[in-house]
Design a protein around this ligand. Structure first.
Ligand code: ADP
Ligand code: MG
Length: 251
């Protein structure tokens, strides 16, 4: 299909009426959300507002109490869903660098494509090396993660998440554990992925970045999606008092 034939509203992720509690504590209280193809949606909100839990429910790492989650129209919150097959369709990067310490950079990047997606080693490695060279880590392919800076490790984790061509990329505070000097190189890679057409739902406390890269901002407040809209509107003219207060605190 050429770009011109692509339907204007090509929904990759649709979340409907999502509820999640931990024990007696409600953490997500009726979340409705859509992410369209090639869109970058950034979730902002105070610590504890439910951002990570939202991403984990989408990746089927947390069970939900009510609501439905659709990936390209398929109800992945259906208990009969194949969890492994569904997870293989979604790329995930968390705050902590989750590279396997005992594997080389190349093996880290190629493991899932070889073992989960059945890509032959030579092909998986060729793709991985192309990407690693593109982000300036071509000389590091044989190194173990502990030889890399935090920013380099996190970029490897992102490459590992995208080499399998996931339909959706979930990025949860991927720069929060980094030395401030290394934040830029990681966020630049996200910008590059956006330009390459990735569909991304991410959380960040980097408001300048969110404003620049996001197509759509969602503000979570105590488990409720309180406000959403284009970045100019949410940052420039927030409708809700809680959004104003949050933005005043993080700016
Ligand atoms: P955020 O990512 O916005 O900081 P989280 O989704 O991590 O928020 O957490 C939302 C709320 O859920 C917090 O009050 C947190 O303490 C609680 N919570 C998160 N994970 C668990 C868990 N596994 N068990 C119990 N409570 C949890
Ligand atoms: Mg979080």
């Amino acid at each position: 299909m050429t770009a011109a034939e692509t339907p204007a509203s090509d929904v990759v992720l649709r979340v409907e009426g999502l509820y999640k509690s931990f024990g007696d504590t409600p953490v997500l209280r009726g979340i409705d959300l859509e992410v369209d193809q090639h869109q970058v949606v950034v979730a902002i909100g105070a610590s504890g507002s439910g951002k990570s839990t939202l991403l984990k429910t989408i990746n089927l790492l947390e069970q939900i109490d009510d609501g439905r989650i659709f990936l390209k129209g398929e109800d992945i919150s259906d208990p009969r869903i194949d969890v492994d097959r569904t997870r293989a369709r979604i790329g995930v990067v968390f705050q902590q660098f989750n590279l396997f310490p005992h594997l080389s950079v190349l093996d880290n990047v190629t493991l899932a494509s070889r073992k989960v997606h059945g890509v032959p080693r030579a092909e998986a490695e060729a793709t991985a090396v192309q990407w690693l060279e593109r982000i300036g880590l071509g000389a590091k392919v044989k190194d173990f993660p502990d030889r890399l800076s935090g920013g380099q490790q996190q970029r490897v984790a992102i490459i590992r998440a995208i080499v399998t061509n996931p339909e959706l990329l979930l990025l949860d505070e991927i720069t929060s554990a980094l030395d401030p000097l290394l934040v830029g190189e990681v966020l630049d890679l996200v910008t590059e992925l956006k330009a390459a057409g990735s569909t991304i739902l991410m959380t960040t406390h980097e408001m300048h970045f969110a404003r620049t890269v996001a197509d759509h901002i969602i503000f979570l407040n105590d488990g409720v999606l309180l406000e959403q809209g284009p970045p100019e509107q949410v940052f420039g003219d927030p409708r809700e008092e809680a959004t104003r207060q949050y933005l005043a605190r993080v700016h």
